[in-house]
Design a protein around this ligand. Structure first.
Ligand SMILES: Cc1cc2nc3c(=O)[nH]c(=O)nc-3n(C[C@H](O)[C@H](O)[C@H](O)COP(=O)(O)OP(=O)(O)OC[C@H]3O[C@@H](n4cnc5c(N)ncnc54)[C@H](O)[C@@H]3O)c2cc1C
Ligand code: FES
Length: 282
């Protein structure tokens, strides 16, 4: 990287495109951004699961998952839920506006180790943001992997993130794609119920498989229980933690869960690792 490994260096980037995924008080907006400096753009390297700190000068910065796969091109995507000061300001940005990006931060999903395996992603709400790069990475390298199964749900159709992409995947015979909403709605042709229940309907085999789940803590809790019922071992299951962070590089102690620094040791963990740290589920 051009920053010589200095994670404090923010780079100027331009929003190429921006669109709402969902609307309402906690709306989600996706930004497709490119670094202004050609050298930074060409030397930037990240893997599925990593994050970046994105910001607006004079406002502040937030840790956000990189929701694009490096296989998609020389740009980054961020899907941002409107929460407080920084994310509200980010939501004002449109194509042509500037933001800062530094990173990448954290470890990544070990996509190389997973070669030859069946991959199952199980997401809920904004939790699909760190899962999307896995899906895109596996799709782009499909000869290296077994079957790809994506399971995703949200409260209602208004809360479905990446809806068009999921609907396209449903037409794609190489992906087994399953969608749900919590409560029945007119003209909804897919599953109605919670994501952990949909997981049991899909009933993926644990044989030669890896399951990755991200979403609200309550969903993750029941997905983990159901994966165990399906016969998955703890080291076949991955998730991410999103503890609040400050420095992002293991210096300030803000993100601790027991002896883990989520920013440095994570955000990606196996269930086997998290079981050693009860505070991770607090
Ligand atoms: C590793 C990691 C990856 C993340 N990826 C994404 C992502 O892809 N998309 C996305 O929209 N958000 C993501 N987040 C959360 C995001 O960083 C925060 O929502 C954001 O920083 C809030 O900033 P703010 O100034 O808008 O809100 P603030 O004013 O700081 O907070 C507003 C409200 O949000 C809550 N909040 C802030 N940060 C968090 C957090 N980390 N977890 C739970 N609640 C929080 C606060 O408690 C408060 O109630 C991620 C966080 C981490 C640590
Ligand atoms: S955010 Fe500072 S130690 Fe993790």
């Amino acid at each position: 990287m051009k920053n010589d490994g200095n994670p404090y260096v923010p780079y100027a980037a331009t929003v190429e495109d921006a669109w709402y995924e969902t609307y309402g008080e906690r709306s989600i907006k996706t930004f497709r951004v490119v670094f202004d400096d050609k050298e930074v753009r060409e030397n930037w390297e990240h893997f599925p699961g990593q994050c970046a700190i994105i910001g607006i000068l004079g406002v502040g910065e937030s840790m956000i998952s990189i929701s694009s796969s490096p296989t998609e091109g020389d740009f980054l995507r961020f899907s941002v839920m409107r929460m407080g000061k920084v994310t509200q300001a980010l939501h004002q940005l449109e194509a042509g506006d500037k933001m800062t990006v530094r990173g990448p931060y954290g470890n990544n999903f070990p996509v190389d180790e997973w070669k030859g395996k069946n991959i199952i992603t199980i997401g809920g709400g904004i939790g699909q943001a760190p899962l999307r790069p896995i899906v895109e990475y596996v799709k782009a390298n499909k000869d290296d992997y077994g079957e790809l199964t994506t399971i995703y749900g949200s409260r209602s159709t208004d809360d479905l993130c990446f809806r068009n992409e999921f609907e396209n995947m449903m037409e794609d015979e190489s992906v087994s794609c399953h969608l749900s909403i919590d409560v029945e709605e007119e003209k909804w042709p897919h599953f109605v119920g919670f994501v952990p229940t949909l997981l049991m309907e899909v009933n993926p085999s644990p044989e030669n498989a890896i399951a990755i789940t991200c979403g609200p803590p309550i969903m993750i809790r029941f997905v983990l229980e159901n994966l165990k019922k399906l016969g998955f071992e703890d080291d076949q299951i991955y998730t991410t933690l999103e503890n609040r962070m400050k420095c992002g590089i293991g210096k300030c102690g803000r993100c601790n869960a027991g002896n883990l620094y989520v920013c440095k040791d994570g955000p990606v963990f196996t269930y086997a690792k998290l079981k050693e740290v009860p505070e991770a589920f607090a």
